[in-house]
Design a protein around this ligand. Structure first.
Ligand code: ASP
Ligand code: MG
Length: 415
């Protein structure tokens, strides 16, 4: 079997969904399982619903209407028949969402988030499935929550591989399935999510459990580039990347492929193709066994909105094992993601990401024993396969706060 994954950009409006039909007709869709994300930026929009609901803001209804109208506009453009059953399906999903908002008693933000945000994928897959069926592609919509089983760590759930494999093995390779990315369910059947941008990972889970021959991720870029075109003016396409190189790139923050996606594929040696849904005649990038990087060239990875923290002990003692192990424990407890560390005798510097808004509390906790200085809103650049020209190109972008080099990888913290 093959797995195709279509992300938000590939289903962001009626035009894009029609283009997806073109991709399927061109590539063929026999023995294919299709994974789809929420449309366009709908996950962000639905996050706003979660926020308004949780914090009892008065824009709740407005935010729901925005999501509703976004989808209605698309189905209006996709389906000529004005009483097509998809209208009822969309309203019924939105009805379920409103029902949850009324009935919910939980005060756990992460639980509530997952129950609400999952509607993005449910809506997109219902609509795309109906559209494909209407155009003679007999996809079968399945609820991914019946297949991917996870723990109850809402917003960042871990997969229960045993149950998941068992469920997925019941799928029939002759049928073309269409399902949601990003979602799973826990042992109580409650919706969980695999972390933002987790649909690639969903596709990899299916690929792994089905021993798929390949996974193709369809994107609005030509493939994996050596830098993010949003931040770099000249970029080049990478034709081949080894699993390890791709894992390293994802680890440093390359956003094309979700970091968790690669391991399951590597374990079963399933090639990953990253291709453009615009230029379908092009081959894009292959991630798989073989050369680390073809063509070989410096690759740039940017992480914005970092905090560079410098920590030293109040009693001027050295920053050694016992201090460091304590610091790492605290960083872990506050879910502060460490992206770079540098240590000297008296001070320990760390570049972190505060995804869960815990930094202020972390400071309060730490200031009892340590002296801390920090710079917020810095950028961390990582250059793989670095050379002098590449490094100086980055250094020209601002003020270098910290620089570190290891085996061809150079990291620079810039203000
Ligand atoms: N819709 C989800 C998100 O935007 C999952 C994904 O797109 O991969 O994070
Ligand atoms: Mg997305």
């Amino acid at each position: 079997m093959r797995i195709f994954k279509f992300g938000g950009a590939s289903v962001k409006d009626a035009e894009s969904i029609k283009n997806m039909l073109r991709v399927l007709k061109h590539e063929g869709y026999e023995n294919t399982l299709i994974v789809i994300s929420a449309m366009g930026k709908m996950t962000n929009a639905i996050e706003k619903i979660t926020d308004s609901y949780f914090y009892k803001k008065d824009d709740l209804q407005e935010n729901i209407e925005f999501v509703r109208n976004y989808h209605l506009k698309i189905i209006n453009e996709l389906f000529e028949e004005k009483n097509h059953p998809i209208y009822v399906e969309v309203e019924s999903l939105l009805g379920q969402l409103s029902g949850f908002l009324i009935k919910n008693k939980s005060t756990d933000y992460n639980f509530i988030y997952d129950q609400i945000v999952g509607y993005g994928e449910l809506l997109s897959t219902k609509i795309v499935n109906a559209f494909l069926n209407e155009n003679n592609i007999e996809t079968n919509w399945i609820d991914v929550r019946d297949y991917i089983k996870t723990d109850a760590n809402f917003r960042d759930a871990s997969v229960n591989w045993e149950l998941t494999s068992k469920n997925i093995s019941t799928l029939n390779s002759k049928i073309v399935y269409l399902t949601q990315g990003f979602l799973g369910s826990n042992s109580n059947g409650k919706t969980t999510t695999l972390g933002r941008e987790g649909s690639d990972y969903t596709a990899a889970i299916f690929a792994y459990c089905l021993n798929a021959e390949s996974l193709t991720i369809w994107k609005d870029v030509e493939g994996v580039l050596n830098a993010d075109p949003r931040f770099f003016t000249t970029t080049q396409l990478l034709k081949q990347i080894s699993y390890n190189e791709a894992i390293e790139m994802a680890f440093y923050g390359a956003s094309v492929i979700h970091p968790k996606t690669l391991k399951p594929l590597e374990n079963k040696n399933i090639p990953l193709y990253v291709r453009s849904f615009y230029t379908i005649e092009n081959k894009g990038t292959k991630v798989g066994k073989g050369h680390d990087l073809v063509p070989e060239m410096p690759c740039f990875i940017l992480k914005q909105n970092q905090i560079l923290v410098s920590i030293s002990a109040l009693d001027f003692s050295f920053m050694v094992e016992n201090n460091l192990s304590e610091l790492f424990k605290i960083l872990h407890n506050y879910k502060l993601k460490v992206n770079l560390i540098q240590n000297s005798a008296l001070s320990f510097s760390v570049c972190i990401e505060d995804k869960f808004n815990n930094f202020k509390q972390f400071l309060i906790d730490l200031e009892l024993k340590y002296q801390i200085s920090y710079v917020e809103n810095v950028s961390l650049y990582t250059i793989r396969h670095a050379n002098k020209i590449a490094v100086s190109e980055i250094e020209q972008k601002g003020k270098v706060l910290l620089k570190q080099a290891t085996k061809g990888t150079v990291q620079v913290v810039m203000q």
